[in-house]
Design a protein around this ligand. Sequence first.
Ligand SMILES: *Cc1c(COP(=O)(O)O)cnc(C)c1O
Length: 798
Amino acid sequence: MDLLQASVNDKYLALARTVRHYLMTRWLETERRQTELQSKAVAYLSAEFLLGRQLDNSLLATDLEEIAAESLQGLGIELDELRTVEVEPGLGNGGLGRLAACFIDSLATLDVPSIGYGIRYEYGIFKQTFVDGRQVEQPDNWLELGSPWEFPHPEAAVTVNFGGHTEKTADDDGREVSRWVPGWSVEGVPYNYMVPGYQNGRVNTLRLWSARATKAFDLQIFNAGDYTEAVRAQTFAENISKVLYPEDSTPQGKELRLQQQYFFVACSLRNFIEDVLPAGYDLHKLPERITFQLNDTHPVIAIPELMRILIDERGWNWDEAWDVTNQVFAYTCHTLLPEALEVWPTSLLEKLLPRHLEIIYRINKDFLARVRETYPGDEMRARHMSIIAESPERAVRMAYLATVTGSKVNGVAALHSQLLRDKVLKDFSDMEPEKFTNVTNGVTPRRFVRLANPGLSGLITEAIGDGWVTDLDRLSELEPLADDSGFLSRFREVKAANKARFADVMEARDGIRVDTGTMVDAMVKRLHEYKRQMLKVLHIVSLYEQVKSGALPIEKVTPRTFVFGAKAAPGYRMAKEIIALINAVGRTVNDDPAMQGRLTIVFPPNYNVTLAEKLIPAADLSEQISVAGKEASGTGNMKFALNGALTIGTDDGANVEIRELVGDENFFLFGMSEPEVERVVSAGYEPASFYDKNAALRRALDLIASGAFSDGRRGEFEPIVANLLEQDRFLVLADFQSYMDAQARVDTAYADQDAWTRSAVLNVARTGFFSSDRSMRDYLDRIWHAEPVSIDVSSMQG
Ligand SMILES: *Cc1c(COP(=O)(O)O)cnc(C)c1O
């Protein structure tokens, strides 16, 4: 094609293919080396991988950015323009999916043989738009223009069975055996993605599965002469990997979701056992070759699947199979919310995976026997610990199945792991304390510092060299520079430039104006009541009310731009109401001349990884304000601290560790601690008493109820106000005053820009711990026990 006729997308594709070609040699070498050494690997099983754009990351990993930019310039093409046409693969909801993406990046960079297994959703997380301030979801057709980053392998497709029934027969020795007679099947086609390490020659694989109808199934129906029925079967099969479920931390228990879960783990186990391991490999030695890390309960159905393979297909006895299965799985729990713990009705399992249900019953029977042996006569305990819940309907508790089976169970921040042991999984931890461990989450410094914040990266590298990119603890070498006025002013210039860049992005993306002279105060994460976006809204409404009523002179208000980014699950009513309220408050406050632009609210729709990369480096203040004891870890909090934002936060999740590391004087702590929350709740929390006692809070809530933000329509936000006054499950009103006081401390601190910048530098210098490289080392030490294998790049051509 002629360059003159080429579209920007054509040029992007051409560049992507060039980088991809360069990585290919390394990919093949990585695989050759693994075949040669047969060393232990890690399989990360995750229903979500929220990857973000690939071009930038690939250019960084290959160190080709400069060469690419120069060659393109010679052709009159701007690299920056090509970057922006890439549609990010949004194959995840939020933190959990992004964590999986950070982990596989770190594993590749640490030279660990590993493979990510997941689902190639045809439609990722929905595209969020606002119509009259209300969220409207649009399908995310990310494959519309094709993706240069995926490699389909239809020749390696595997078959996955569903449905049918089981039959009891006797084996040669007269023992009863169960045989699964499946009712239908689909095929899984692997799509491979390259996961390049940072300039180390290793390219690991992310293998995502796409569903299609089996040939046999097709043919059967064709032969019956029913063409339309055959085509319908095609659609039916393809539905399995059609769309990502947009619920974040509230599982819906839908049949198709269980199909997705079983589909991808069945494909993955079969792929690992039959294609990755050498032919004829003795599966008794499986633990020497792999740990399957279960990212939350979504892949837990892999446990009975492996048991089934070993017993039904390989003819092993139960104990042998159980011994191996125990050793190869480990489970990461990601929540503390009871409603987020996944359960599958036995009726659904019976229909979809009857053999697996039998296996689960047997696992439970053996387990309960162990419980009764350990705690004779304690029938209540046995009932509590049963993998099978009896009410409200008979259902399998997937977290319990994973805990009982896994070699290890980990939480994702120190406080979270402690609460798992003391509360959510207490009985299990009492029985097998050594099974429980913590691995605090992390984020990849390649994407979230080096790529997202080139200005800061350049400054750091100038000061301490570039070793920090793969050894983030070295950021501590910046510590002395916190007292170097020259360094502080350059740090401030970087922040200012990042704000200007963010303002440009907002203008181009949404036509939103951002005043770069204001404090950028950011709350970006999924919309959930426990995360308490409402508390942020009440802060803003209270400031607005105080200015309007004359209690607060406008000159005393620190100019702030409040940035929100948040998608709500489409079926989560209250979350969607809160989105509407944020937009309504934004419209009113932004349009009010009395505000003189001092308080501005911006809520760009469709918060995703690409936007995070632009916003986070521009932020001054990071809002991490969940009610204590509900946020497992958070990773947004880490991204902000590493980019020199100060945190206002509760003692929750990894905030606890951030505060310990940066020091109390560089962190704005507020709110009740987890034990205090417990006490208030068990004493019978009455939110209305806070409304009665606190005039500022009362005025803010009254203003919302008065219709001031809804053109006088008083009923508009009634459900939100009523919910806060009557229930307030997440103690927004109880923490309101403490939050307002902390925000006043933020204003005071921000007024001294030198001191603020010093704190910002110390946040960067002291948070190297939150590299996902460190998380991976912890998993390797505590759970996986796999070793790095280096790839020799000396003989490789470009
Ligand atoms: C990091 C990240 C998250 C997680 O944010 P939390 O504040 O930890 O909930 C969610 N979405 C995107 C796009 C992210 O990059």
